[in-house]
Write a protein that binds this ligand. Structure first.
Ligand code: NAD
Length: 440
């Protein structure tokens, strides 16, 4: 099938590359000239395991193309995916300007019948707006081309995006026409049919928000349990095992930590809350999920103040892990940024390390005094008063604790992801603070 993908970020690039891998002819479009230029040299502008190889092989096979011209990109497409960003607007709603801009441009340049599929995470009712935007532009140029709109939200996880796309738990397709549904079912025919769930457009759009809101709720719930554990002297890691073993609950997304970040959970919970409020309903659970998470992102800093006292000016802290989670270079709404902000605000300095997100972090923190980027994880500890582990990359899981102690001024660890054993840390002579653990 001839496919176009508009917006070549995490979702668009993975979608385009993987669909090309199944034999389709895919053109990916982006307004970012630098991004397209580097993709045309097989260079992926962010870290995503396995992606570069797929891009390379499909470009070599002539099935995958990159361009900045939407007009050229959608020529002959049977399906056109919109995969641009939908960031938070100032009021918390999803900003649809990029989606609708693309829809208008599709209307301006469409030459053949096609299915316009929104894969970006968009509020319920967006497909209607996309339909109107395409139709208006078509009408303005006197065009008479049949087109369909559809919703096909993406559930991939950064860091495991390629395997998630190729072997998803399910694919959700929202359409209001049998013809569009059949075309999309054909496109996803590489999956077992029971994994392809067809529904109406609004339910499909809502499914994505409900999924992310539930996952964020699990995390905030567990972070709240961690807070209570600290107060009553229980160990949240034991509690986690105790409840995760219940098949009605499960282990996924119940690890406590220093808050969730990323390009999806924070903005999607906000957008869903905004949608509910706009319809006159005040969503109490979603509000609590956000509040707990916001507070959790400041928790390590509070523990730092509790240990060192209110005046930490002049002290230096090491931070291991900057990306919002392991196996990605994505820094959007990362907990590390909140901790860095808090520490710098209190007059402290930081020495930071991350295996993949340093470039992105340098870009975001450009011009901030007091931040030193260090290429070696142990070098980052030099002259620091404490280490804060913020992102649980594998390389931080079994470090050389002797070396850590030698490099630091004082052996203090704030473990924002409960990666280390409190007993072992104490045995090795560290003052150790986890999340939701006795004496944390
Ligand atoms: P991203 O910011 O990585 O990529 C968006 C791309 O769209 C950018 O490269 C940008 O230059 C491009 N773009 C913007 N306007 C354009 C235009 N008019 N024409 C062509 N290109 C344009 O975003 P992302 O992380 O891939 O997310 C895209 C959507 O998918 C969002 O709605 C997001 O919520 C959703 N989503 C993301 C993930 C994820 O893990 N990142 C997972 C599921 C769903």
């Amino acid at each position: 099938m001839r496919i176009s993908v508009i917006g070549t970020g995490y979702v668009g690039l993975v979608t385009g590359a993987c669909l090309a891998g199944y034999g389709n002819h895919v053109t990916c479009v982006d307004v970012d000239q630098e991004k397209i230029a580097s993709l045309n040299q097989d260079r992926v502008p962010f870290f995503e395991p396995g992606l570069e190889e797929i891009i390379k092989s499909n470009r070599t096979a002539g099935r995958l193309h990159f361009t900045t011209s939407l007009e050229e990109g959608i020529k002959g497409s049977k399906v056109c995916f919109i995969t641009v960003g939908t960031p938070s607007d100032v009021d918390g709603s999803a900003d649809l300007q990029y989606v609708l801009q693309v829809a208008r441009e599709i209307g301006r340049h469409m030459e053949d019948p096609m299915v316009v599929v929104t894969k970006s995470t968009v509020p319920v009712g967006t497909a209607d707006k996309v339909r109107s935007a395409v139709a208006e532009e078509l009408k303005a140029r006197g065009g008479q081309i049949n087109f369909f709109v559809a919703s096909n939200p993406e559930f991939l996880r950064e860091g495991a995006a390629v395997s998630d796309f190729m072997n998803p738990d399910r694919v959700v397709i929202g359409t209001d026409s049998k013809e569009a549904e059949e075309i999309l079912k054909e496109l996803y025919s590489f999956l077992p049919p029971e994994k392809v769930l067809c529904m109406d457009i609004r339910s499909s759009e809502m499914t994505k928000y409900a999924a992310n809101a539930l996952l964020a709720t699990k995390i905030s719930f567990m972070n709240e349990m961690a807070r209570i554990c600290e107060l009553v002297g229980a160990d949240v890691e034991r509690v986690r095992l105790g409840i995760g073993s219940d098949s009605r609950i499960g282990y996924a997304f119940i690890s406590p930590g220093c808050g969730y970040g990323g390009s999806c959970f924070p903005k999607d919970v906000r957008a869903l809350r905004h949608t509910a409020l706009r319809h006159g309903y005040s969503p109490r659970i979603l509000q609590a999920v956000e509040d707990v998470n916001e507070a959790q992102k400041h928790l390590i800093f509070q523990k730092v103040l509790r240990h060192f006292g209110q005046d930490i000016s002049g002290l230096t802290f090491a931070i291991w892990g900057l990306s919002f989670k392991p196996n990605t270079s994505d820094m959007r709404e990362a907990s590390s940024l909140v901790l860095i902000q808090d520490l710098l605000g209190a007059g402290a300095s930081v020495r930071v390390h991350d295996p993949k997100a340093m470039e992105e972090a340098k870009h975001i923190l450009a011009g901030r005094n007091g931040v030193t980027f260090v290429e070696d994880q142990y070098e980052a500890l030099k002259g620091t008063s404490a280490l804060a582990l913020v992102t649980e990359w594998d390389m931080y899981k079994q470090p050389d604790f002797q070396r850590i102690k030698e490099e630091m001024l004082s052996p203090v660890i704030f473990d924002g992801r409960n990666q280390y054993s409190p007993n072992e840390m104490r045995r090795l002579g560290f003052t150790y603070y986890g999340i939701g653990r006795p004496n944390a």
